[in-house]
Design a binder for this molecule. Structure first.
Ligand code: GLN
Length: 473
């Protein structure tokens, strides 16, 4: 089996008998063994189970009863439940915890004969932009010795980048699939909010959280999305919108109307090389006959503060369940009940998570609720309307996925500086619309540059066709 094969290529090899599922799993296990000690993308490897499953699926392939994803080897972010397997959300507070059920998205993959080979490292409770906030050491970008993979789904991105699996699942609350995809040179799709059930996803900010997909090709992302999306009796917020067969709609039909945002290309934090690669792509699209225009999105700069007020508020509420009683870590010998709560949480949570819980509790408190939380809700609606207004007149809004390429480990010590890594990804999250990051080039250090395309709610089919078009296959 070739390195970095897409699932479509693997499927061909399996169908014509060039190799078996067992060979595919063995290929990834060898890569995991060779690379994971240095890259730290996986916190658990389910080697025996994966090999066992491979034999079961090899038999099904012979009998002609194999599912749609037979031979697809997947890793899942450490915020997705997988029954009887560890779940830690990159945190010490969940030490020793094992899932009692399987997340709907993961269950649907398994039902179609995908093989889950491991659990991906990530920023603690998905809070971060570099995967340095994990309690289990940072994930390392496979393209550069001392570079971060982005975050928070850094382990999921690196697992695909370094050929430890064909596809991985991450989660995207404010950019956690798109930004690492951009830093690692692969495709990252954040579907519309509510497109995929959140049942079995450990909540960070419930009105933003979306399960996302990392892959080498748009065709693979399409196939996985059509399997995992759609109605679910366990999630009352999931959309009832029918799920199209995305994998049949991968051809871009004709010339498109595209816009890019003045406030992104003129932004001070945008790196010159990223800007140039992006503008070159814009010229290429124009030369190919697409209509591309520059537009203004005046509320763009308010998206980041809005995002951080609302997500910290939701996080402070969601994370109150980790109290030392019900899950994971409990402090030893507390003096009384209150000390038990306080010490368990203080010992269990890392600094970034603790900071966000405090901030979120403050913006929800009686004295600040109206000035921050309520105001941010109103601004969210305005941003939604402004972005949807642009999407009324254009098929896609495009921009660089992140203002920079992958930065060095330990280079961003200031929180605000780190939050700026999400400057261009939070808009689609605040508005709940789908977005994808596709690699479009490399900087002079060889680090990948990503282009982000945003479409109207439930237009993943258009984004996937555009992604396929941009990657020229
Ligand atoms: N970096 C952003 C944050 O820290 C986004 C995280 C995410 O999408 N999970 O909140």
């Amino acid at each position: 089996m070739q390195a970095n094969s897409s699932f479509s290529e693997i499927r061909k090899g399996l169908n014509n008998g060039t190799f078996t599922c067992r060979d595919v799993v063995a290929h990834y296990l060898a890569n995991i063994q060779a690379k994971n000690p240095q890259l730290n993308a996986l916190l658990s490897v389910y080697d025996d189970e994966a090999l066992y499953q491979a034999d079961v699926i090899d038999r099904k392939i012979k009998e002609g009863t194999a599912g749609k994803l037979a031979g697809l080897v997947v890793t899942i972010k450490d915020v997705l439940c997988y029954k009887d397997h560890p779940l830690q959300c990159g945190s010490k507070i969940l030490n020793g915890f094992e899932s009692q059920f399987t997340a709907t998205a993961v269950e649907r993959l398994i039902n179609e004969d995908a093989i889950i080979i491991g659990r991906n490292n990530c920023d603690e409770f998905a809070m971060g932009s570099s995967s340095e906030n994990s309690a289990f050491d940072p994930v390392i970008n496979a393209d550069g010795d001392n570079r971060v993979p982005g975050g928070s789904s850094g382990g999921s991105a690196v697992a695909v980048q370094a050929d430890m699996c064909a596809v991985s699942l991450g989660t995207d609350t404010g950019g956690s699939v798109r930004q690492p995809a951009s830093f690692c040179g692969i495709l990252g799709l954040k579907p519309t909010y509510s497109r995929i059930s959140r049942h079995g996803l450990a909540a960070y900010a419930s009105t933003f959280d979306v399960i996302g997909i990392f892959s080498h090709t748009a065709a693979d992302a399409a196939l996985v999305l059509e399997v995992i999306a759609g109605e679910d009796e366990y999630d009352s917020t999931v959309s009832r919108e029918p799920v199209p067969t995305y994998s049949d709609q991968l051809t871009l039909d004709g010339q498109k109307k595209i816009c890019y945002i003045q406030e992104t290309v003129q932004n001070d934090s945008l790196n010159e090389e990223v800007k140039q690669a992006f503008l070159d792509k814009v010229e290429e699209l124009k030369a190919a006959g697409h209509q591309v225009e520059e537009v203004s999105f005046p509320l763009m700069e308010y998206a980041l503060p809005t995002y951080y007020i609302l997500t910290t508020a939701e996080a402070s509420s969601n994370l109150s369940r980790y109290d030392g009683v019900r899950f994971g870590h409990r402090t030893a010998n507390p003096k009384n009940l209150e000390a038990m709560y306080k010490k368990s949480r203080t010992e269990g949570f890392g600094n970034e998570v603790a900071k966000r819980i405090l901030l979120g509790t403050a913006v929800l408190s009686a004295s600040y609720h109206d000035a921050y939380y309520l105001k941010a809700q109103k601004v969210r609606r305005m941003i939604q309307e402004q972005l949807n207004g642009l999407l009324e007149h254009h098929d896609f809004v495009v921009m660089p996925t992140a203002p920079t390429t992958a930065f060095e480990l330990g280079s961003k010590t200031d929180s605000m500086e780190m939050y700026l890594a999400d400057l261009f990804t939070v808009q689609a999250s605040v508005a709940g619309v789908p977005a994808v990051s596709v690699p479009i080039g490399r900087d002079s250090d060889g680090m990948s540059i990503g282009l982000q395309a945003i479409a109207k709610a439930f237009e993943e089919h258009k984004l996937l066709a555009f992604s396929q078009y941009l990657s020229g296959n």
